[in-house]
Design a protein around this ligand. Structure first.
Ligand code: NAD
Length: 494
């Protein structure tokens, strides 16, 4: 029996602006029901264009005051580190909110709080390692300093699938750099991001440095993207909205960082140990109900071992428990909303229609209490099928086969995406050739979805622009200013 319960009444949230929790200017709100239970679990401020412009002006004023950017890195570190410890202390409460809003299993939501706190800790260390460079090699009387300066006001727009984790891949790094921020979480899962405002205030962050608004892409996200007073926008979400944001950002040529979709291949060679890879493959596709940019949704396996693989895979995937995400033994909870449910079911139908073989699942249940889709596996998938090349964002695995390594590579790269990929082989030559040639921001060898704050993450091709995390992530939020200092006597031009 799980100790996690539905709340007796919905949580009520406010926007966080200039260090205070406030209502939207219109006083209007919107609601969220738990996708797994049907109960009303939150009411949030419905922010409009004026709310957004106000929050931007607050962030700009805070940046111009230099109170944050000129604070010693060691002091910024203390505040960011304190925020990490409060996230850890409140992990149970935060995880429950994420499960109620998103339908994800509570055990997984708890893990995410731990990952998020770890990134805040890593970012805290980065704030003490901002250094520029000096060049005394351009002439006797010239000294050049390359200074690192924060970029300014950063807008952050995030999706619903890993709410606190994804904002934690952006915000603490931007804060370490000395930037100020305006944040818009997804309208489906804003709760924990809104609570982050209070956490940062408690940690000692000066008022106005971080401002958080709940609301919809139109108008809040659009106003942020178009604003002349925003210096950079960092967005995680769909490729379609990412393109829209990039166009809108042209207003003032603000810097754009994008973390977008994926259709990530896992190439399995005949020398791989099938018994060792079955569980990571099952995890890679069914983790977060497949609603994951890193979902390992395309298996590209040598045809000699596909039968053995399917038999073992189906047996293992049958053990994945689907159900109430508040049950700590459940591995797959509810699908986020009706639109996503219909989209996934549409892909299952298209797989069947296009001639793929349904090996497992395809089954689902939808009541007023929530929508659940069982682990689904298709074999005999060919590269041109929709289930082979489009991002489904659901628990649907496509299995394709290959004969030669070149063929495997061609299938793997035959997509507009380039987020992540894996190679399963015990042969070092095969592994090296594949990792060099796969078009993806991250390539795993004999594992899936390992990740650390120390290691950069991001996509190639239409999976994104820029990299989050890693020691250079801080550079994404900084400008380089070259200062050239002349000593000695100048020679005349005329
Ligand atoms: P989405 O693109 O629909 O929405 C993301 C955010 O953008 C939300 O906050 C939304 O309100 C906002 N938005 C919507 N329209 C907007 C507009 N016109 N202007 C500005 N903002 C707007 O994405 P989603 O459905 O929330 O998330 C799923 C997508 O996110 C998938 O494609 C997934 O692959 C991607 N994703 C990528 C990563 C990564 O790191 N690469 C991580 C998680 C999710």
């Amino acid at each position: 029996m799980s100790k996690y319960k539905l709340p007796n009444k919905p949580f009520e949230y406010q926007n966080f602006v200039n260090g205070e929790y406030i209502n939207s200017l219109s006083n209007e709100t919107f609601e969220r029901k738990s996708p797994a239970h049907g109960n009303l679990i939150g009411t949030y401020q419905l922010s409009n264009k004026q709310d957004t412009e106000h929050a931007i002006s607050v962030a700009k004023k805070a940046f111009k005051s230099n109170a944050w950017s000129e604070m010693a890195g060691s002091d910024r570190e203390k505040i960011i580190r304190k925020a990490a410890s409060i996230i850890r202390e409140r992990a149970q409460e935060l995880a429950l909110i994420e499960t109620l809003e998103s339908g994800k299993p509570i055990s997984q939501a708890l893990d995410e709080m731990e990952w998020a706190a770890g990134i805040w800790e890593y970012a805290a260390t980065l704030s003490r390692h901002i250094t520029g460079d000096v060049n005394t090699n351009v002439g006797k009387d010239m000294t050049a300093m390359m200074q690192k300066v924060p970029i300014g006001v950063v807008a952050m727009i995030t999706p619903w699938n890993f709410p606190l984790l994804i904002i934690s891949q952006k915000l603490p790094i931007a804060l370490a750099a000395g930037c100020t921020a305006v944040i818009k979480p997804s309208e489906m899962t804003p709760g924990t991001t809104l609570l982050l405002g209070g956490i940062l205030k408690e940690a000692g962050l000066p008022d106005g440095v971080v401002n958080i608004l709940s609301g919809y892409g139109d108008p809040v996200g659009m106003t942020l993207s178009e604003s002349n007073n925003v210096d950079m926008i960092t967005f995680t979400g769909s490729t379609a909205v990412g393109k829209h944001i990039m166009r809108a950002a042209a207003t003032n040529l603000k810097k754009v960082e994008l973390e977008l979709g994926g259709k990530n291949p896992q190439i399995i060679f005949p020398d791989a140990n099938i018994d060792e890879l079955i569980d990571p493959v099952v995890f890679g596709i069914y983790f977060n109900m497949g609603e994951c940019c890193n979902s390992g949704s395309r298996i590209i396996i040598h045809k000699d071992i596909v039968d053995e693989f399917i038999e073992k895979l189906v047996a293992h995937a049958k053990k994945v428990k689907v159900g109430d995400p508040l049950d700590t033994t459940v591995k797959m909870g509810a699908i986020i909303n009706d639109v996503q449910y219909d989209k996934i079911i549409g892909y299952i139908k298209s797989g069947i229609k296009q001639g793929a073989t349904l090996q497992l699942g395809g089954t689902s249940s939808k009541t007023e209490k929530g929508a659940f889709i069982d682990p689904t596996i298709f074999s005999d998938v060919t590269p041109e099928m929709a289930i082979a090349c489009e991002e489904i964002f659901g628990p649907v695995l496509s299995i394709l086969t290959f004969d030669t390594a070149d063929e495997a590579l061609e299938i793997a790269n035959n997509t507009e995406f380039g987020l992540s990929a894996s190679v399963w082989t015990k042969d070092i030559d095969t592994a090296m050739i594949m990792t060099r040639n796969i078009e993806a921001g991250t390539v795993w060898v004999n594992n899936w979805m390992s990740g650390y704050p120390e290691i950069p993450f991001g996509g190639m091709k239409q999976s994104g622009i820029g990299r989050e995390l890693g020691p250079r992530a801080i550079d994404e939020f900084m400008e380089t200013k070259s200062v050239l200092i002349k000593t000695g006597k100048s020679s005349n031009w005329v």
